[in-house]
Design a protein. Sequence first.
Length: 343
Amino acid sequence: MISDRRLAILNLIVEHYLSTGEPMGSKALCQLLPYPISSATIRNEMAYLSELGLLEQRHTSGGRVPSKTSYRYYVDSLMEERDIAEYDARRIDEILSVNSGDPERLLADSAKLLAEYTHCCAFNCTLKDSLDCIQGVDLIPAGNGKAMLVMLTMGSKIKSSLINVNCAIDDEFRYIFYSVVNKYFVGTPLTDVNLALVQSSIIMAKDRIFDLLPVLTSLCSLCSEASESSLTLHGETNLLSHQELGSQVYKLLSFLTDREKLMTLAQGFSQTNVGSALFIGDENPLYEMKNTATILSQYTYGNNQKAVLGVIGSLRIDYKNIIPRVRYITDTVNKLLSKGGTK
């Protein structure tokens, strides 16, 4: 059992270090505590907290700094969250509402907001679903021998490509295109759409084979893109201002370029029953992130599509401001995704 006085001392040391990056000594604590107490007593209390593993002393005559353990204790038991400002809440709502009907763009917008409001690195990851199928395809003339090919999947993914066409997109061509697409492609799993399927289906076009071939080849490419997991980083350079990382920031930035490891992290988290979690220091599942604070949130939407949003910063992030902002953004994303389709 930690006494109220020791908790007050721990709270002051943690918040001082989070805001300044400097250790705190007994004299400074004497001036901040709301009741009279001697420096000697404070030093004894700090020694006790150090024995518990909550404080560290980097130099013999220096003050104390928080340990990784104390950050967790601070977040769980001491921290008083600061409510998000009404203006920020309205701005977040407005930005996220723009692409609320397109899950991939909504997740990308939310990751950008997370990077902006946390001053950390953020990422959005959509995870591969081998059962996702083509729901519909449209071909829109764009003039000058070009057309926009748009595909929607059952998992609410929207992919498009501007392509060159060898002929006018007249009624005859449209009839042939939609006949082939509806017969061979709609309802087909994305992973089954390949050049072999294109070759089998294009026979139906008869003398318009060479007109239809580039369109179906582009559709094949869109399916390949939509069938894979995707991960996008935002705000990596924010980490350069996290002074606590020191020279380790370059190792962290190098690690973040390895998208496969981050995808593995997202995949592993998506298989848990936890909606959102904060990992501090050694709690992080990846060795390269042992000196970071990481917040992960997972989502299930559409026809069992899965995605993960993440925030990565140093251990010395502004927890009481950052956590409520992350929660507001991720909760808003969850509400918008829930409205976009059945789970």
